[in-house]
Design a protein around this ligand. Structure first.
Ligand code: SF4
Length: 347
């Protein structure tokens, strides 16, 4: 029977050092291998050229390196890149590189599929298969960082957890990935450049605040009226706006970090003055800004982008009330890479 080898990247640096000491080697060897695995993103033990051949063979005998593989890369006419990512167990997720003149942003996935059932989201049509491991999240970022350097001549500047899955439902692994992304043995990026975008899980928002991670927080709000939000995002029945509000107030009290609300205006769903007034009221609870996002219809056509008059009505009402608002044009529509469109169609 073939032994199942362990994924070496599931070990912490300390565990790796202990492994080498137990083998009669120096703990320093563990640090060297750790650097190869994370900072240099080695895909095989053979790549570790400053490690002796015998040690490389010993690693080969005991471990595997479960790297992701970018199966397919699609480029949009607006420069956006979408990667179809194959995992070691053959499941797939998607991640996106969004370039603007000033920055390149990686939108990464945290789960295979999603257990939440947001009615406007293509990912919701995929059953949640499993959480991504920290290294699978990290690898998506490294792949996009490489593409950013190759195609846009600059390193990746920002990361948003807004791909497939609800990041706060895979909290521990997402945080371990953030730790790697920000550590000097990893990519050395600032946590201020990382945004966790959640549909709003109150208990986990509080935990994120308690853990002093220094990441930014975005909430997919889409309605500030419970009855409407519940029809769009059914889990709102379990975590109503009052609970979300309380968690967000806690977040701000602890972190002093302004929240971003992601908001799509749909025709016949949330496009009236009453809807906009409710949003303005909600925005007054905690310092925030609002991104009004252009919608990309998914196949069933129930949700349609509201008229530009409705968007302008929201924009001017928010501005009149002193709330920062940005209208975000859709990116990567032609390759199904835009917000809410990730559904493994390319694979
Ligand atoms: S919007 Fe996010 S949380 Fe909602 S179903 Fe889609 S991936 Fe899941």
């Amino acid at each position: 029977m073939k032994d199942k080898k362990k994924d070496i990247r599931a070990l912490t640096k300390e565990q790796l050092q202990e492994f080498f000491v137990a083998q009669g080697d120096k703990s320093f060897r563990g640090s060297q291998v750790y650097e190869w695995l994370w900072n240099k993103s080695a895909h095989s033990f053979e790549d570790m050229t400053n490690i002796s051949k015998a040690t490389r063979q010993m690693l080969e005998d005991n471990f595997v390196i479960n790297h992701i593989r970018v199966d397919q890369m699609q480029r949009s006419s607006d420069g956006t890149i979408k990667n179809a990512v194959r995992l070691h167990d053959n499941l797939t997720v998607e991640s996106v590189l969004i370039p603007t003149p000033k920055r390149t942003t990686a939108c990464v996935s945290s789960q295979v599929g999603c257990s939440l059932d947001c009615k406007f989201c293509a990912t919701a049509t995929l059953k949640r298969m499993r959480n991504l491991n920290p290294d699978e999240i990290y690898d998506q970022v490294v792949a996009i960082d490489n593409e950013s350097r190759l195609y846009f001549d600059k390193p990746l500047s920002n990361i948003v957890f807004m791909g497939m899955g609800e990041p706060l439902m895979n909290y521990n692994n997402v945080m371990k990935a953030v730790e790697k992304i920000t550590s000097k043995e990893g990519l050395g990026m600032s946590s201020k450049r990382i945004t966790i975008s959640t549909s709003g899980v109150p208990k986990m928002i509080k935990k994120l605040a308690d853990d002093e991670t220094k990441v930014k927080l975005a909430v997919s709000l889409h309605s500030a009226i419970d009855e409407i939000r519940t029809t769009i995002m059914p889990f709102n029945a379990t975590f109503p706006l009052e609970d979300l509000r309380e968690a967000l107030e806690y977040w701000y009290l602890k972190t002093k970090s302004r929240i971003t609300y992601e908001y799509i205006v749909w025709e016949g769903i949330n496009d009236t003055r009453k809807d906009a007034e409710a949003l303005v009221r909600f925005c007054k609870y905690v310092p925030c800004k609002v991104n009004l996002i252009e919608y990309n219809p998914i196949d069933d056509g129930v949700f349609q982008q509201a008229s530009s008059d409705a968007t302008h009505m929201y924009e001017s009402m928010l501005e009149r009330n002193g709330i920062t608002v940005t209208v975000r044009r859709s990116r990567g529509k032609d390759i199904d890479a835009a917000c809410g469109q990730l559904a493994n169609k390319s694979s």
